[in-house]
Design a protein around this ligand. Structure first.
Ligand code: AMP
Length: 216
């Protein structure tokens, strides 16, 4: 547990931070700085008892799991890869929406490969999600872990397919890739450290309720 006696909220820069600002506003919380402009990793707010820590999107569940943050906002894509231990997930914030897809290079006949029972090479950052998806379909795959720019993998001959999140589809199109299968819908969720919810309930409850109102 962190030794800040107030509330620590873990957020990632970019889309999640921007789309969380209006939700924080409903809870009467305004961050003092924009992480895009500041290099600070701990940002104060208009409330002395609330601070924000800026972490990589995939690290948000870890900060909340170990109580270094009481609250966090993380994409379902990230949460699916995490074991979820010690984390309570009370609310779909319906922000940063996209879908998790299987995509291949234009001209690659994915369905024919699947029907033939061919072994596919799949590159992804989302190993657990991909493993579960292909196992449920009975498709044999070799998974290759990547940390970024998955779109390059089929073009460079590293993999037959990728599993990635798709929003507008512009990135796929620009790289001559096509989505061939949807795995699930993704949006960001509020996550809460389970111990903090008990120990700091009086402080956390109004913030959680404000998020519920903001989403409604
Ligand atoms: P797109 O709008 O489909 O061109 O999205 C471009 C890239 O942004 C995708 O390849 C993803 O890596 C990333 N992306 C888009 N939406 C999200 C989201 N909601 N959460 C995480 N990453 C996203």
């Amino acid at each position: 547990m962190n030794d800040f006696s107030g509330i620590t909220i873990a957020l990632s820069k970019g889309r999640i931070f921007e789309e969380t600002l209006p939700l924080l506003a409903v809870a009467g919380i305004t961050p003092a700085e924009n992480p895009e402009q500041s290099r600070k990793l701990i940002i104060g707010t208009n409330r002395a008892d609330v601070r924000v820590v800026i972490v990589r999107a995939s690290d948000v569940p870890t900060y909340v799991q170990y109580g270094a943050a009481d609250l966090g906002i993380a994409g379902k894509d990230v949460l699916l890869e995490h074991d979820g231990v010690g984390i309570y997930q009370p609310l779909d914030l319906k922000i940063a929406r996209c879908r998790m897809c299987v995509a291949v290079a234009e001209g690659f006949d994915y369905q024919a490969h699947v029907q033939r029972g061919a072994r596919l090479r799949v590159a992804t950052k989302y190993i657990k999600t991909a493993r579960e998806h292909f196992a449920a379909k009975g498709v044999h795959v070799d998974l290759i872990k990547l940390y970024g720019s998955m779109e390059l993998a089929p073009l460079a001959g590293l993999a037959d397919a990728i599993v990635d999140v798709v929003s507008s589809g512009n990135t796929l199109k620009a790289n001559k890739l096509v989505a061939v299968e949807d795995i699930c819908l993704i949006s960001s969720r509020l996550i809460v450290n389970q111990a903090a919810l008990k120990l700091k309930r009086e402080m956390l409850q109004p913030v959680i309720e404000a998020f519920v109102r903001a989403v409604a």
